[in-house]
Design a protein around this ligand. Structure first.
Ligand code: PLP
Length: 400
C-alpha cells in the first residue's frame, strides 16, 4: 500500500483479489504458451490443451459434461446470453419470461430490453427476507412462458433462494420451460452440482472466488436451444465468437477448483467472522437492522440499514479510516436511487438509503472485525449527532 493507513477489505462480494496459486497457474499462458487455441499448429494445440483441461475440470466440479460449458467474459455476458439466447431461440414458441424482483441488473436490464422488443416479463415478488415466493412463481407461469430466471444467491443481501424447489415447480408444467440461475454470488460458497440443482442454464464469474476478472462461464444443458450472443467466429463449438482468453480460462478453472476444495473450511471461517460482526453490530449499535435472512444467507454477507444515516456518508467515513464496504443504495450504477432489492423486501425508503453491505473473505481476521465494529460505532454516533433527522427523535439520542 502506498499510504500508511491500515486497509481493511470488506467488499469481497464486489470482487476478490487473485489468488497467488491461481496467478502462477495462469502465468505461462501469457507469453510462453501464448497460441490462439483455434490455430492449427503446435502453439495453438498447446493453448487448446489448456482450454480442454479447464473445461473438463469445471464440468467435473459441477457434474456436467465438458460440452455443456461455454466460456464467457464474466457473469454479465453469461446472464445476457442465457436470457436473450433462450428468448431469441424460443420466440416462436412463446414470449413470456418470469424472473424475480431482486435479480442483478445483468438479468433485470436484459429483461427490460426484451420487453421493448415485444416480450412480456413477470417480476415475481420476494418475502421480507428476500426469498422468492414459490406460490407466486407457480402462479406466474403461463402457456407461453419460455424461461424462468432466478438467482441462486443475492448480491446485495446474500439471501439464498430455494432453487431446487423453484425448478421442481417449473418442471411440473406440461410444456418444457427453461430454467436459468445466476450463480455469480453463489459460486465458491455453495454447491453448484447440476444433478442436484437441475437448472438448464447457470452463470458463473471467476472474480468472485479469487479468480481473474473478465472471465466466467455459462453452463447450458445439452439440448437447450440457445441463440448466439457474440457472433463473428467459430469458437466455443460455433456458439460464441471471440478468441479464447486462455490465461483467464486457466485461472477460472484453477480458482473454481480451489474454491470447491476449500468450500466447507472457508464457509465455516468466514461465516464465523460474519456472525461475530453481525451480533456485535446489532447489540452495540441502536436503530440498526440486518437486511435479508439470518439463516438462508451466504456466509460472507452482512447488510445493515442504519436509521437516521445516509449509507454513502457512512461509506465515506469508513473509507477515511481504511475500511472498504459497499453502499446498498448507490450500488454499482453510481446512482443515488435506493436499492431495488431493499425496496422489494418492503424496506422503508429512508432505511434503504441508510444501508451498507459488508462482505467478508478468507483473509479477513477477528481483529479486523473488532476494529471495524469499533470504528462503525464511532462513525454512526458522529453522523447521527449531525443529523437533523436524528434530532426529530430526541429519545433516540441517548441510545447511540
Ligand atoms: N450477477 C450477480 C449476482 C453479480 O453479483 C454480478 C457481479 O457483481 C454479476 C452478475 C455480474 O458479473 P461480472 O462482474 O462478472 O460481469
Amino acid at each position: 500500500m502506498s499510504d500508511n493507513i491500515k486497509r481493511i477489505y470488506f467488499d469481497y462480494a464486489a470482487t476478490t483479489y487473485l489468488d497467488k496459486e491461481v496467478l502462477s497457474e495462469m502465468k505461462p499462458y501469457f507469453s510462453e504458451t501464448f497460441g490462439n487455441a483455434n490455430s492449427q499448429h503446435w502453439f495453438g494445440r498447446e493453448a487448446e490443451k489448456a482450454v480442454i483441461a479447464a473445461r473438463e475440470k469445471i464440468a467435473a466440479i459441477i457434474g456436467a459434461k465438458p460440452s455443456e460449458i461455454y466460456f464467457t467474459s464474466g457473469g454479465t455476458e453469461a446472464d445476457n446470453w442465457a436470457v436473450k439466447g433462450v428468448a431469441g431461440a424460443q420466440a416462436a414458441v412463446g414470449r413470456h419470461i418470469v424472473t424475480s424482483a431482486v435479480e442483478h441488473h445483468a438479468v433485470l436490464d436484459t429483461c427490460k430490453q426484451l420487453e421493448k422488443k415485444g416480450f412480456e416479463v413477470t417480476y415475481v415478488q420476494v418475502d421480507k427476507e428476500g426469498v422468492i415466493d414459490l406460490g407466486a412463481l407457480k402462479a406466474a407461469l403461463r402457456d407461453d412462458t419460455v424461461l424462468v430466471s432466478i438467482m441462486y444467491a443475492n448480491n446485495e443481501i446474500g439471501t439464498v433462494m430455494p432453487i431446487r424447489e423453484a425448478v421442481e415447480i417449473v418442471r411440473g408444467q406440461k410444456r418444457r420451460i427453461y430454467f436459468h440461475t445466476d450463480c455469480v454470488q453463489a459460486a465458491g460458497a455453495l454447491d453448484l452440482n447440476v444433478g442436484r440443482l437441475d437448472a438448464d442454464l447457470m452463470s458463473v464469474s471467476a472474480h468472485k472466488f479469487y479468480g481473474p476478472k473478465g472471465v466466467g462461464f455459462l453452463y447450458v444443458r445439452n439440448g437447450v436451444k440457445l441463440e448466439k450472443l457474440m457472433i463473428g467466429g467459430n469458437q466455443e463449438r460455433k456458439m460464441r465468437g471471440g478468441t479464447l482468453n486462455v490465461p483467464h480460462i486457466v485461472g477460472l478453472a484453477k480458482a473454481f477448483e480451489l474454491a470447491n476444495e476449500n468450500r466447507e473450511r472457508n464457509n465455516e471461517y468466514i461465516g464465523g467472522l460474519r456472525d461475530r460482526f453481525v451480533s456485535r453490530v446489532l447489540s452495540e449499535i441502536d436503530n440498526v437492522y440486518l437486511n435479508g435472512s439470518r439463516e438462508k444467507r451466504l456466509p460472507g454477507n452482512a447488510n445493515f440499514s442504519f436509521e437516521f444515516i445516509e449509507g454513502e456518508s457512512l461509506l465515506f467515513s469508513l473509507d477515511v479510516l481504511g475500511i472498504a464496504a459497499s453502499s446498498g443504495s448507490a450500488c454499482s450504477s453510481g446512482s443515488l436511487d435506493p436499492s431495488h432489492v431493499l425496496l422489494a423486501l418492503g424496506t422503508r425508503i429512508e432505511l434503504a438509503h441508510g444501508s451498507l453491505r459488508f462482505s467478508f473473505g478468507k483473509d479477513n481476521t477477528v481483529d479486523e472485525i473488532d476494529y471495524a465494529v469499533d470504528a462503525l460505532k464511532k462513525k454512526v454516533s458522529d453522523l447521527r449527532a449531525m443529523s437533523p433527522l436524528f434530532y426529530q427523535f430526541p429519545s433516540e439520542k441517548s441510545k447511540v
